[in-house]
Design a protein around this ligand. Structure first.
Ligand code: PLP
Length: 406
């Protein structure tokens, strides 16, 4: 067996949570067991994905679902479904979209590096609204009329990134889009927990919703969920599954892939590069069951204990600690450590870098460094790694570190 150590790697302390860069979420034993067990036997993937679709439908209230290689892959596949529907010629062409509607409308303020996944399917993004709040040149956010005014015969659909305070409201946008017969695809990758969002977001009527499997659901890092309208999920599945079969033999479950819509069977589609293994599918379904039934509910108090012990350890350090309570009952608190840059003589950025370069390497969240603040997300911490983390923080922020430096 090959270990990280065999490969010359030191494992790190992950105080960032489920970030992809550091390997994602901690998986429960049940999830790893499911992966292991699924590897012992073989099943046709279209049947497995059809069964997953039923599970996802039960859990989310959406008509159907597909397990994808992450939320970004779900966005590519969902966009491919919106562009091609059940048109075999279009499926074959993607990401080439000459000759059919290929425009996806998106609010300029919702653009991010993740929308590369939408463009990868062949869509052209049409931006509406401005970024006035960020540019400090106004108070208005993206507005519904701006989306409606951007609709042309080239419009294929609307993309929406859900987050706290996303504008305009998703339900209003969906209602407007449906009046124009256009689908809405929602990036809700990071919107769990609260677990109620599994149902609440599809209940807006959004045609497709993408969730990450490797974040709070705590499935394999390389998994995600695309759920929504049955015909669009069918198209997405067709463009992802291995299609090397004979027309006469190919027999996918009818409620998952509607053969009556098809003039033949497509060849490998744009999503063939985004495949998911049987083990990943079963492991994610196990994690989804755990997440959606509250099996992780004991974690927030345990994780808060870790934060309290770090805070206690830093009482006399050149820093101010603050526990930030979670926004949802099944989310967990984080610890903000505001570095006293004056008395320490180093910036939060310096400390963050020194933590990464120390032994063991420690990675804290780096989203507030410009405000002089380190953030500890405790999801991946154990009692042991918390003790190591406390020691390293004290070495960098405490009086002892200062006297060593001078
Ligand atoms: C994490 C994230 C993604 C990507 O999700 P993966 O499951 O890692 O592919 C996309 N969009 C947003 C808003 C995210 O937070």
């Amino acid at each position: 067996m090959t270990s990280y150590k065999d490969l010359g790697l030191n494992s790190i302390i992950n105080a960032c949570g489920t970030v992809t860069r550091l390997g994602g979420a901690p998986m429960r034993g049940e999830v790893l067991d499911a992966f292991h067990e699924a590897a012992q036997e073989w099943v046709p993937l279209e049947q497995l994905q059809a069964a997953a679709s039923r599970k996802i439908a039960e859990t989310t209230g959406a008509e159907a679902g597909l397990i994808t290689a992450g939320s970004a892959a779900a966005l590519t596949l969902g966009t491919a479904a919106i562009l091609a529907r059940h048109d075999l010629g279009r499926m074959e062409k993607l990401p080439q979209t000459d000759g059919f509607p290929n425009e996806i409308i998106i609010a300029r303020e919702q653009r991010s590096g993740y929308d590369h996944a939408i463009r990868a399917a062949g869509a052209r993004l049409i931006e509406v609204g401005f970024n006035e709040v960020t540019s400090n040149a106004g108070v208005r956010r993206a507005e519904l009329w701006e989306f409606e005014a951007a609709i042309t015969p080239q419009t294929a659909g609307i993309a929406y990134v859900l987050g706290p305070g996303s504008c305009p409201g998703l339900s209003d946008l969906v209602e407007m889009a449906h009046r124009h017969n256009l689908p809405v695809i929602v990036d809700a990758a990071g919107e769990l927990p609260p677990r109620e969002n599994l149902n609440r977001i599809p209940a807006t009527g959004a045609d497709l919703v993408a969730f990450s499997g490797g974040k709070a659901i705590r499935g394999p890092q390389s998994t995600g969920i695309l759920c929504g309208r049955r015909d669009l999920i069918s198209s997405a599945a067709l463009q992802m599954l291995d299609m090397d079969d004979h027309l006469e033999l190919w027999d996918p479950p009818a409620e998952f892939i509607d053969r009556s819509q098809l003039a033949g069977i497509p060849r490998h589609g744009i999503g063939r590069a985004l495949k998911v293994s049987k083990e990943e599918i079963v492991a994610l379904l196990t994690a989804l069951e755990l997440f959606s039934t509250g099996a992780y509910d004991d974690d927030p108090p345990r994780l808060l204990g870790h934060l309290n012990s770090i805070q206690t350890g830093l009482q006399n350090a050149h820093a101010e600690c603050r526990i930030v309570e979670p926004a949802a009952r099944d989310r967990w608190a984080v610890l903000e450590i505001s570095v006293d840059e004056q008395t320490l003589g180093r910036t939060a950025f310096d400390v963050c870098k020194a933590l990464r370069e120390g032994a063991p390497p420690v990675y804290v969240s780096h989203g507030k460094l410009s405000e002089g603040t380190l953030v500890v997300n405790p999801l991946c911490l154990s009692e042991e790694s918390t003790a190591q983390l406390s020691r390293r923080l004290l070495e960098e922020l405490g009086t002892s570190a200062r006297s060593n430096d001078s």
